[in-house]
Design a binder for this molecule. Structure first.
Ligand SMILES: C[S@@+](CC[C@H](N)C(=O)[O-])C[C@H]1O[C@@H](n2cnc3c(N)ncnc32)[C@H](O)[C@@H]1O
Length: 223
């Protein structure tokens, strides 16, 4: 199924069809893959006991790579049943959850409940939830509501001190309106690939206790 309008990226039908066409052996990482991201992400994840939830995993290699490094409390979530089945077949050691991000609060029991994650990852997924035909400077109410639901749920699921790591090519003026909340502080770190394309890692740390990464740096927790 081809994208006919950008709004298709918000639909389960589009993604199911795309993953069915690509087939189970396909792996594809939006923007960047693990080898290029490792040094940017690992310092914010902390030690290997970190509970990490990836939103809109697709057939990306991020959680398989984390698992092979010894992060065994990783869960990947996507609303495409097709890709979840494919990934479960390839990586049964990882926990795969079929769920719509916009329903994560209502279904939080399937995700361990409130405040049960140290790190939530999003690489290009919020971008799909807010993709639409029209001006990026003036998003529709539907898109604002999609973003609001994702961020409400992330704040609900993160423990105090937990981190939301969001990777995108969208710069501050286009993303801060979706992300800014009193409950966390946000750092925006450029990730430059040397080819003229800039990406950004938004590191959103929920107020409260020390983050896993800070605790690890202070010598606490599992090595
Ligand atoms: C742009 S792809 C990014 C895939 C992966 N994160 C990566 O970095 O390669 C967006 C992914 O988000 C998923 N997705 C889009 N909207 C979603 C929603 N409302 N709930 C759960 N998953 C969603 C799609 O199925 C797709 O796998």
């Amino acid at each position: 199924m081809d994208v006919t309008t950008l709004d298709d990226l918000q639909t389960r039908e589009y993604w199911d069809s795309r993953y069915a066409q690509e087939g189970a052996q396909m792996t594809y990482d939006w923007f960047k893959s693990w080898p290029e991201l490792e040094s940017h992400l690992l310092p914010h994840i902390g030690d290997k006991s970190a509970r990490v939830l990836e939103l809109g995993c697709g057939n990306s290699t991020i959680t398989p790579a984390l698992y092979s490094l010894g992060f065994h409390q990783v869960t990947s979530l996507d609303f495409s049943s097709t890709v979840i089945e494919q990934m479960r077949g390839k990586h049964p050691e990882i926990n795969w959850v079929e769920m719509d991000i916009r329903e994560m609060i209502e279904k939080d029991g399937e995700l361990g409940g409130a405040a049960s994650w140290d790190v939530v990852l999003d690489k290009g997924t919020l971008d799909a939830l807010v993709a639409e035909k029209g001006s990026v400077w003036d998003p529709s109410e539907r898109v604002r509501e999609n973003a609001r639901r994702e961020i409400d749920a992330v704040l609900h699921l993160l423990r105090p001190g937990g981190r939301f790591l969001y990777m995108t090519w969208m710069s501050r003026p286009l993303r801060m309106p979706f992300l800014e909340r009193a409950e966390w502080k946000i750092e925006v770190l450029p990730v430059n690939d040397g080819n003229g394309l800039d990406y950004y890692l938004y590191v959103c740390t929920k107020h409260g206790e020390a983050s896993v990464a800070d605790a690890a740096a202070a010598g606490e927790g599992t090595p």
